[in-house]
Design a binder for this molecule. Structure first.
Ligand code: DGL
Length: 281
């Protein structure tokens, strides 16, 4: 069954389920808006892939959302924001916003010493996107970028609260021991679900306090500003949000309880053929 979607919805794209952490913040700040979420669950993770593949996957997914007549696109995925934001902005005739700039704003506001750590997927860290953006705004900042490839599978296996999560977090974060950072940016959709383990480890490694920042709330503020600027904000509640995935809607629903802290009634499967996603009618 196909759901009738609003022509006034905001598109939210992620490689899978992780972008629901960003959607949660968007829904909180903009309760009257309707959202169309697409998670490319058939091809997740993107964070282990190369630039060309990430850009191609992102473009196909964004085009699917554009066909749903969205008024704006939010790229909730850090990896996609790092590689494909510019190309998507060029390709699409609607405002497109990623999470790098909001994340950088948040971390620079949170850090007093401007000694900053950025955690992300292997691809995000390799892109240097966060570091470049931080240095562009604050050239004197010291940025310590750390790929944490085991964090995503840990969260997806619902082991964010497990003692193993703490060991893995410690294994990565110990590298920051001699850096004297005062703020850590969670540069990946999944990492807010490891926040307590990260906090515990930071408390152990550092004798001073280290602030943990994620980009979801600042991203939502950016979106509101952009909607206001473009006079796109809805004055009253519109249609319900819709959810599309490229694989296993049932698993997505189950994971949504964790990432969105809300249950979803309906998630639609879309088909991928000849580099295009189609709704199954
Ligand atoms: N959504 C991705 C990100 O924020 C994490 C999952 C993946 O690797 O695709 O970077």
């Amino acid at each position: 069954m196909s759901r009738k979607v609003s022509t006034e919805a905001i598109g939210v794209f992620d490689s899978g389920v992780g972008g629901l952490t960003v959607l949660r913040a968007l829904k909180e700040l903009l309760p009257q808006e309707s959202f169309i979420y697409f998670g490319d669950t058939a091809r997740v993770p993107y964070g282990t892939k190369g630039a060309d593949t990430i850009i191609r996957y992102a473009s196909e997914s964004a085009m699917f959302l554009l066909e749903q007549k969205i008024k704006m696109l939010v790229i909730a995925c850090n990896t996609v924001s790092a590689y494909a934001l510019e190309s998507l902005q060029k390709k699409m005739n609607i405002p497109v916003i990623g999470v790098i700039e909001p994340g950088v704003d948040s971390i620079l506001a949170a850090s007093k010493t401007k000694k900053i750590a950025v955690l992300g997927t292997t691809a995000t860290i390799k892109s240097g996107a966060y570091e470049k953006q931080i240095k562009a705004i604050c050239p004197e900042a010291s940025v310590y970028s750390l790929p944490c490839p085991l964090f995503v599978p840990l969260v997806e296996e619902k082991m964010g609260q497990h003692r193993l999560a703490r060991s893995v977090v410690e294994e990565y974060l110990i590298a920051l021991k001699n850096t004297n950072i005062d703020a850590v940016l969670l540069g990946c959709t999944h990492y807010p679900l490891l926040r307590s383990a990260i906090e515990e480890v930071l408390n152990k490694v550092f004798s001073h306090s280290v602030t943990i920042v994620d980009s979801a709330n600042t991203c939502a503020t950016y979106v509101r500003r952009l909607l206001e600027k473009n006079e796109l904000i809805l004055p009253k509640p519109s249609n319900p949000s819709a959810y599309f995935v490229s694989d296993d809607p049932e698993k997505f629903k189950e994971m949504a309880n964790l990432f969105l802290q809300n249950s979803l009634d309906q998630v639609e499967l879309v088909q991928h053929k000849e580099n295009t996603f189609f709704k199954i009618i």
